[in-house]
Design a protein around this ligand. Structure first.
Ligand code: ADP
Ligand code: MG
Length: 438
């Protein structure tokens, strides 16, 4: 029963934990841990030093235990022990401050990201010549950092002196320089480059002194025709309290947004990631994941990893059913896409050769009931409508009926490939084309 190696279990657990804590938190505390041993309900996590052991034990014990219990069985107790560091092969990046897997080649371009991608490439190839600054914005996990680093790598290959930092790093260095009275060095570092890339620039909001320092850096670089690239989770106009002078400068060049990917792009990304990792995953499974996770490519990737890890853990073939179990409990974090009830009812009715009135009406034959349940399920998954609201849309049914419908469809989908295909097709149809740009 306890033959599963601790490390394998722990890797699956890490996959889950990664989705539940912030990126910084994960990097700082969890990334370098290992599954050391697992015996008699005692799970030992190996950590690099006592500091991490103490932190995890004090702050994340219950989350970690909960996660392990979900994977193994109740009653697991977690312990943290300092163990010698395990070098992960191929982890080290050849470029300081860069992540090698973030290249233009590994970026899957979609309608919603084409402008940002094209602009990024042209800036990397000819810095200072086209758009200055290039300002990329988009939601969490949509590829901003990926594009920034792709620019950075390509620039470096072209012998362009580039510097990539997060706004947080920039701030820390600035504050450190102030304290150490070494602002001259700080200035030198940031103003003697051909290209400066600052990620997550929204972080500067409200940090007046750092903003001021960045303002001068910006001016100097821009005057000297050096390339500036910025990424943010929102457009310049929506950066509250960012000084007007800075905001208007952000608009001097090109502002390119990244929109969430459509279904086909999500599927293409999953295929690419599976190929990269050299794992074979059935198309059906990829489609299932692409359909479930819509708004965040990091989560999309995470779900695939988790599903693969699950299959390994249980020594089973990765089926959509298993994938469903693996991604259960991942509630898409930023599901802003919201479906229009009228449209859902219309499309579902069409697909089942019924009319919208049938779905809202009292007919109870199997086909009508199924269509109605599918429509309820789609609305619950794809909109912010409450159960009560959904009930209202279907001829004033109560919320218990809606819950029953959603549970039934999600259960049946796991067992019935034909139903799954039907629901997928409808969902694809309901996906609106990416919003047009400003
Ligand atoms: P952001 O900085 O916008 O929050 P990231 O650039 O960190 O997002 O992207 C999150 C993850 O998704 C990364 O692993 C990245 O490689 C991947 N990713 C994002 N967009 C794409 C894309 N278009 N093609 C391939 N991978 C992508
Ligand atoms: Mg980022």
């Amino acid at each position: 029963m306890q033959a599963r190696p601790a490390q394998e279990i722990w890797e699956t657990a890490l996959g889950e934990l990664q989705l539940q804590v912030t990126k910084t938190n994960y990097r700082t505390w969890l990334e370098k841990t290992t599954g050391f041993s697992f015996e008699d309900n005692r799970f030992v996590v190996g950590v690099p030093n006592t500091f991490v052991a103490e932190y995890l034990s004090r702050n994340q014990r219950s989350l970690i235990e909960k996660t392990l219990i979900g994977l193994i069985h109740p009653g697991i107790e977690v312990h943290f022990e300092v163990t010698p560091a395990r070098e992960k092969a191929g982890k080290a990046s050849t470029h300081p401050g860069g992540n090698d897997k973030y290249t233009f080649e590994s970026f899957v371009v979609s309608e919603g990201s084409r402008l940002a991608y094209t602009a990024a490439r042209s800036v990397a190839e000819k810095p200072g010549a086209s758009y200055n600054p290039l300002f990329i914005y988009g939601g969490v996990g949509l590829g901003k950092t990926h594009l920034m680093q792709a620019i950075y790598h390509l620039a470096q290959e072209g012998n362009i002196k580039a510097l990539y930092v997060s706004a947080e790093q920039f701030t820390n260095e600035f504050v450190g320089a102030l304290q150490a009275k070494s602002t001259a060095e700080f200035r030198h570092k940031y103003r003697h480059v051909d290209m400066l890339l600052i990620d997550d620039i929204q972080f500067l909001v409200g940090k007046e002194q750092t903003e001021e320092s960045f303002f001068h850096t910006f001016n100097e670089l821009h005057n000297a025709n050096r390339q500036i690239v910025l990424a943010s989770d929102r457009p310049p106009k929506s950066l509250p309290d960012m000084g007007d002078r800075l905001c208007s400068r952000f608009e001097w060049g090109l502002i390119a947004d990244i929109q969430p990917p459509d279904f086909d792009t999500r599927l293409a990304i999953l295929k690419a990631k599976a190929k990269q990792q050299e794992v074979e995953v059935a198309l059906e499974v990829l489609e299932f994941i692409a359909q479930r996770i819509q708004q965040n490519i990091r989560e999309l990737e995470g779900s695939l990893n988790r599903a693969v890890a699950y299959a390994k853990l249980f020594g089973a073939i990765l089926t959509p059913e298993l994938a469903a179990r693996a991604v259960q409990g991942i509630t898409p974090s930023s599901n802003q896409a919201t479906l229009d009830p009228e449209l859902v009812i219309k499309v579902v009715a069409e697909r089942f050769k019924l009319t919208p009135a049938d779905l809202a009406g009292r007919k109870r034959d199997r086909a009508t009931a199924l269509a109605r349940q599918v429509a309820m399920y789609l609305l619950k998954e794809g909109s912010s409508c409450s159960l009560a609201q959904i009930g209202l849309d279907f001829g004033n049914r109560d919320h218990a009926t809606v819950i029953h419908a959603c549970r039934k469809i999600s259960r049946d989908m796991a067992n019935d490939p034909y139903l799954r295909r039907q629901v997928l097709d409808i969902q694809k149809k309901l996906q609106r084309p990416p919003r047009s740009r400003r």
